[in-house]
Design a protein around this ligand. Structure first.
Ligand SMILES: Nc1ncnc2c1ncn2[C@@H]1O[C@H](COP(=O)(O)OP(=O)(O)OP(=O)(O)O)[C@@H](O)[C@H]1O
Length: 261
């Protein structure tokens, strides 16, 4: 059965058509990577999955039911930067997620509930390789460590859907490779369904189970806002067809040039 169903989905901001007629069926536990030119609506699509934006038309279903209209614990998100609290230590950052979930008004856990929560936090920190940095402040961490912390913060909530918006975009290539290994390990351990935006086509082809290309098939040079992007390719990952990759690259670059014009 389809876990997430997207049917005839459109998103418009006034006269600007961002996404048009998206159709997609995703099974539980799939790992979709999203690529496409800047401004093609990839982040907007993630925001709709998160419940931060509503579709202009069409349907977005989770197990056959309309997606909850506001972010909830079913869905976690990690951005490229700045998603951790600078005034909390590594451990407190992850604990905070659990405290806000369990005590939304007070924001604090006490006694045995706190001890149990801290045990979960320490297991999570070990899982992302941050156990030795538990008492550090975010500014004392490298970019890769900060992203591991952001991932830990999201995963501690056991979200059914994890949304990643260019999570490794600001990292050096060597660190990115380590992050790929870590993400694949966490995905296999948790079985969560992942949608990850990347600007790196190679990364999109390497990670996960499925590559979705967001691109514009129509472009009116006199009215660049008139047409939105749709999903032009939906491919299993692990492809090594160089010609196909070059074609996708050309098409996305051409759209990027139109967007910039
Ligand atoms: N709240 C908003 N109001 C108006 N326009 C918006 C809003 N949010 C996004 N847009 C516009 O929607 C379009 C798609 O933006 P989005 O950030 O989803 O693209 P993207 O593919 O994720 O780009 P990038 O790869 O650069 O992050 C852009 O033209 C953007 O300016």
């Amino acid at each position: 059965m389809s876990f997430i169903t997207v049917s005839n989905l459109w998103k418009e901001y006034g006269d600007l058509v961002v996404l048009e007629n998206l159709n997609l069926s995703v099974k539980q536990g799939e790992f979709c990577t999203l690529v496409g030119a800047s401004g093609c609506g990839k982040s907007t699509f993630l925001k709709m999955l998160l419940g931060q934006e509503t579709p202009s038309r069409g349907q977005l279903l989770l197990e056959g039911e309309a997606f909850p209209g506001e972010p909830d614990r079913n869905r976690g998100i990690v951005f490229q930067r700045y998603s951790v609290f600078p005034h909390l230590t590594v451990r407190q950052n992850v604990l905070m997620s659990l405290e806000l979930e369990q005590k939304p008004w007070l924001g604090k856990l006490f006694g045995s509930a706190r001890r149990e929560a801290l045990e979960k936090v320490d297991t999570m920190l070990a899982s992302v390789g941050l156990e030795a940095s538990a008492t550090k402040w975010p500014h004392e961490l490298s970019g890769g460590m900060q992203q591991r912390l952001a991932i830990a913060q999201s995963l501690i909530m056991r979200p059914r859907v994890l949304l990643l918006d260019e999570p490794f975009g600001a990292l050096d290539p060597g660190i990115r490779k380590d992050m790929h290994d870590l993400l694949l390990k966490l995905w296999q351990e948790t079985g969560t369904t992942i949608f990850m935006v990347t600007h790196d086509l190679q990364e999109g082809f390497y990670l996960g189970t499925r590559l979705l290309v967001f691109d514009k098939v129509r472009n009116d040079p006199h009215d660049p806002q008139a047409f939105g992007a749709s999903i032009t390719y939906d491919l299993p990952t692990g492809q090594s067809d160089r010609q196909l990759m070059a074609h996708i690259n050309d098409s996305v670059s051409q759209t990027a040039r139109h967007q910039a014009a």
